[in-house]
Design a protein around this ligand. Structure first.
Ligand SMILES: C[S@@+](CC[C@H](N)C(=O)[O-])C[C@H]1O[C@@H](n2cnc3c(N)ncnc32)[C@H](O)[C@@H]1O
Length: 242
């Protein structure tokens, strides 16, 4: 009885997260956002994303979609707000597959309502990207997820993305980068991260490559956006060598 009373005092979004299989970091730091359908609907606007990313969001989502060949088998780890998934799915086309994996049912339901009629080749899977995938893919997308997770989970996600590539496949990571000290917005982002994204700064100080079990077995191509504030890392396996 006492336990039930205590449980009822927890905010509804956190309670829903506790019932579902949602990782601890998400329950503690992001459930107010990702377990709230109303806030999700409100924030899911490309215009808003363009404002908070200083106009770079559109550029990054197009750079991500450019890595996808038509009719590819794609896995995306973690849902995103705005147009990113729609633009990437349009690139895949009717002859491909697009699996969207997310730990949050609230996010998956929201994405399913948004895209299921538009892109019937999309599948919405409730699962954790830090657990090895059962299928192999041509392209694995990990878009603004790594900075939200603790380092140990980050390493698992990076390695799972690489392990589930088909021969000739590629992994695409889009995330924050360690911007130079002359970038004035670095300090604004730093304050925001300190307040709301406790694991993000660790990604500034470590290259994505360093989380891989066998980095030498892959080609790593890195490009940056907006004064090096964001990065896109495209990874392909060195076929026949390893
Ligand atoms: C991919 S990030 C996107 C960040 C930012 N909101 C955006 O739109 O660019 C957030 C999503 O990843 C999901 N997520 C967090 N940890 C995950 C994990 N281990 N496996 C799969 N999805 C995860 C969250 O539920 C959330 O929907």
């Amino acid at each position: 009885m006492k336990m039930q009373k205590k449980f009822n005092k927890i905010p509804p979004a956190k309670r829903a997260a506790a019932k579902a299989k949602i990782p601890l970091y998400q329950r503690e730091f992001y459930s107010w956002l990702y377990e709230s359908p109303r806030l999700t609907r409100w924030l899911d606007r490309q215009k808003l994303l363009n404002i908070v990313t200083f106009g770079t969001s559109g550029q990054m989502l197009r750079a991500c979609a450019a890595e996808i060949p038509a009719a590819a088998d794609v896995l995306q780890m973690g849902a995103t707000f705005g147009d990113q998934i729609g633009v990437a799915a349009a690139k895949v086309g009717l002859h491909g597959h697009y699996d969207l994996l997310d730990v949050s049912m609230v996010q998956l339901r929201h994405q399913r309502n948004k895209y299921c009629y538009l892109y019937p080749f999309m599948r919405f899977i409730n699962g954790d990207a830090s657990v090895p995938a059962r299928k192999k893919y041509d392209v694995v997308i990990c878009y603004m997820l790594l900075h939200e997770v603790p380092s140990q989970t980050r390493a698992k996600i990076v390695n799972n993305a690489l392990d589930c590539l088909k021969p000739g496949g590629k992994a695409v990571f889009i995330d924050y980068n360690n911007s130079p000290i002359w970038n004035p917005l670095r300090w604004l982002v730093k304050i925001f991260n300190r307040l709301y994204q406790p694991f993000a700064e660790k990604l500034w100080h470590n290259e994505i490559k360093n989380y891989a079990r066998n980095p030498a077995g892959y080609y790593w191509r890195k490009t940056t956006f907006f004064g090096k504030m964001y990065q896109k890392v495209t990874v392909t396996r060195k076929e026949g060598l390893y």
